[in-house]
Ligand binder design. Structure first.
Ligand code: ADP
Ligand code: MG
Length: 675
């Protein structure tokens, strides 16, 4: 019976229940998973030598083996010794704790023996070499051998054996048409599997890798291009641009819009004045004034009597936004449209608000995740704004935009920009607005990595600022873990160092009311120093807090560090960010770059280089997207793929004709779709 990719592992010769459990540990669930378990590296044993010509290193010899004998050395240790010989010489081999060798070796048969030829105990020998009957297609010897990620009880040689069985017994179907492969110099899927797992030379590895990187990139780009097409076919509520209203709004602002804000708002107004939904991300550093862009965007639909939802990741932020919107909408009398719903809204109030939302008495709905529960009527929503967009998982976003005749326009705000290379491939359906200059143009947060003693020397300066009435954050990676600096540990330290100041702690394990109370107290200067976890990371605005200490900074991502320091220097005074490098470890490129660069866009690119796309951008948080070969930096390949995607988009190829490809693309569309 021929195998097929979705077959269970027990169809593979030699795989029993025990091995299935182990393979599952490696994330291998079926035949497809097995052959997509990629080699992490290769060892070259393709050099076939005569014994007399051997030089130290990884080599293969073709030999007969005599006299295998196992002796017991001590408890738990036995050694099997033998000699391998060919027509030129002989060499000693040793296996540790492999007594079955002695029984299985047949002295009349020729073997390939692969291993490291090296000096031990003054003699050249092989220790624990691989042995295999001579054949035209050796799997574990005499070739370039793939090395796999393993788990207890599974060896690379097992995996090779299983994969060999699959590739011999399965007809691999290609997701790409043949002429397409020819056009783009891609080897067939079948060859690619052989070349990646059983390469005859390094060129074959390269050819396979090229095919797989093309394939990964192609699928992503086709999926997101198709998403874009679909958005362009969906209906949305068209929101007319009202120049008078925009002017009036701006007149009442206490400041002038920055150029970037103006451009972003203009792009949004143009987008929502269309019958198809907008899908736009406003990227701008912390403090660049994205909230105002959101408020101005919501202005138009509200003035037409349409509803807008603003979704934020934390309660504190929801309240802060409600206050901001309240303030800037008041002059136009729109403040009465605001409904704030969070998990701490009382049941009674919530009910009243919900009925007002249903009857469209309230048009501007602000809230946390609870929003995505059942309060909103998707058909009525003209615009959905998601703040700190990177904090939301794909699933959460999708729930908000559930099935409806009309899709709302979608505006996402993020301080973690999508690196250009990701935008080019994964998010082709996304329009970007960048806010490059903050209102306070030359505001730089002074950032320094400090050793413990350097920090101690800085304390008097910090004290001076506190004395002048300024406030400070101290952020730790954990609440009470002993592996890193923790809120409980640091708060004690801080209380001791800064005796005259009021210190409070804030972390995710506290009750919502407690957290809110502390945040309020901090805002109202009843607290001088707030020791917390990253719960303060997101969007909170305390203009009087100008110092932030970050403990165990290695435990934070670059984007996160940048977000954290964006909490300070938001008022009239300069901001200071101190990364306290307790262990005096040499500072890493990551930490140094946060010291050097103040630009979030630049840092996002560096983060992508250092950590890879999965870590940087939350979409792949749950491992939905397995990228093993595709390099987001390979602009030349991206161009080639763009051309190939176009063939499908303009129907020179019809994707419906390619069942396998179509299925895979449909799955990917769900992941790459921000909508
Ligand atoms: P973020 O982009 O991080 O969400 P905010 O929207 O919270 O930034 O804005 C940061 C601060 O800048 C706020 O106090 C806001 O009132 C102020 N602000 C926004 N736009 C301007 C502007 N054009 N001129 C001056 N201050 C501005
Ligand atoms: Mg914000």
């Amino acid at each position: 019976m021929p195998l097929s990719p979705m077959d269970n592992l027990d169809k593979i010769s030699g795989v029993g229940e025990a091995s299935i459990k182990k393979l599952e540990k490696l994330g291998i669930k079926n035949v497809h998973g097995l052959i997509n378990h990629w080699p992490k590296r290769y060892v070259d044993f393709s050099n076939l030598n005569k014994i007399i010509d051997l030089s130290p290193g990884n080599v293969t010899i073709r030999v007969r083996i005599t006299n295998p004998k196992t002796r017991y050395v001590r408890r738990g240790m036995n050694i099997t010794e033998a000699f391998a010989y060919d027509d030129t010489s002989r060499v000693k081999i040793l296996w540790f704790n492999q007594p079955y060798r002695a029984k299985s070796i047949n002295s009349d048969i020729e073997y390939f023996l692969s291993g490291e030829y090296k000096l031990s105990n003054r003699n050249f020998s092989f220790i624990n070499p691989a042995l295999e009957l001579v054949s035209d297609f050796p799997v574990n010897t005499a070739r370039i051998l793939p090395v796999y990620n393993l788990t207890e009880g599974i060896k690379s040689s097992d995996i090779r054996k299983y994969i060999k069985f699959v590739l011999t017994n399965m007809k691999v179907e290609d997701i790409f048409p043949k002429d397409f492969c020819n056009k783009y110099n891609l080897i067939s899927a079948d060859r690619a599997y052989h070349f990646i797992h059983f390469p005859e030379n390094s060129d074959q590895i390269d050819e396979a890798r090229y095919r797989y990187s093309f394939e990964e990139g192609f699928k992503l780009m086709l999926a997101s291009s198709m998403n874009k097409n679909e958005i362009d076919l969906t209906d949305a509520h068209r929101v007319k641009f009202n120049l008078e209203l925009a002017k009036k709004f701006i007149e009442h602002l206490p400041f002038k819009l920055t150029d970037d804000q103006r451009l972003a708002v203009w792009e949004i107004y143009k987008d929502i004045d269309k019958v198809h939904p907008m899908n736009r991300l406003v990227e701008g550093d912390v403090g660049s004034g994205k909230t105002l862009v959101a408020a101005m965007s919501a202005l138009m639909p509200i003035s037409e009597g349409k509803q807008v939802a603003l979704m934020v990741p934390t309660e504190i932020l929801a309240k802060q936004h409600a206050r901001t919107f309240d303030r800037i909408y008041e002059p136009l009398g729109l403040d009465k449209e605001i409904a704030l719903i969070t998990s701490s809204t009382s049941k009674k109030e919530k009910e009243s608000l919900i009925s007002k939302i249903k009857s469209k008495e309230k048009l501007m709905i602000i809230g946390t995740h609870s929003l995505i529960e059942d309060y909103l009527q998707p058909d009525e929503l003209a615009l959905v704004i998601i703040d700190e967009q990177h904090r939301f998982g794909v699933e959460q976003r999708k729930k908000l935009l559930k099935k409806a005749k009309y899709q709302p326009h979608l505006l996402s705000l993020s301080a973690t920009p999508i690196p250009r290379s990701l935008a080019l491939t994964l998010f082709r359906d996304l329009s970007l607005s960048k806010i490059k200059t903050a209102p306070n143009k030359d505001k730089i947060i002074n950032t320094k990595i400090l050793s413990r003693s350097e920090y101690n020397r800085t304390v008097p300066e910090i004290m001076k600022l506190l004395k002048a009435g300024q406030q400070m954050f101290a952020v730790c990676p954990s609440i009470d873990s002993e592996k890193t600096k923790s809120v409980s540990q640091v708060s004690l330290e801080i209380i001791e160092t800064y005796k005259d100041y009021k210190v409070a702690t804030l972390h995710g394990r506290m009750k919502q009311e407690e957290k809110d109370k502390i945040m309020e107290d901090f805002l109202n200067k009843k607290i001088d120093i707030l020791v917390s976890t990253t719960v303060i990371e997101v969007g909170v605005d305390v203009p009087n807090a100008n110092i932030i200490l970050i403990y165990s900074p290695r435990n934070f991502g670059l984007a996160q560090l940048h977000q954290l320091r964006g909490r300070v220097g938001r008022g009239e005074h300069p901001g200071f960010c101190y990364l306290i490098n307790e262990d005096n470890e040499p500072s890493s490129r990551r930490l140094e770059s946060i010291e050097t660069y103040n630009d979030g866009f630049k840092l996002a690119e560096i983060d992508l280089d250092l950590r890879g796309p999965g870590q940087v951008y939350g979409v792949f948080q749950h491992g939905e997207l397995d990228l093993n070969f595709f390099n987001f930096r390979d602009i030349k390949l991206i161009r080639t793929i763009e051309e190939a995607v176009a063939l499908f988009m303009d129907k020179r190829y019809n994707i419906e004709d390619f069942e396998l490809l179509n299925k895979e693309i449909n799955d990917l569309k769900k992941i790459t779709n921000l909508n």
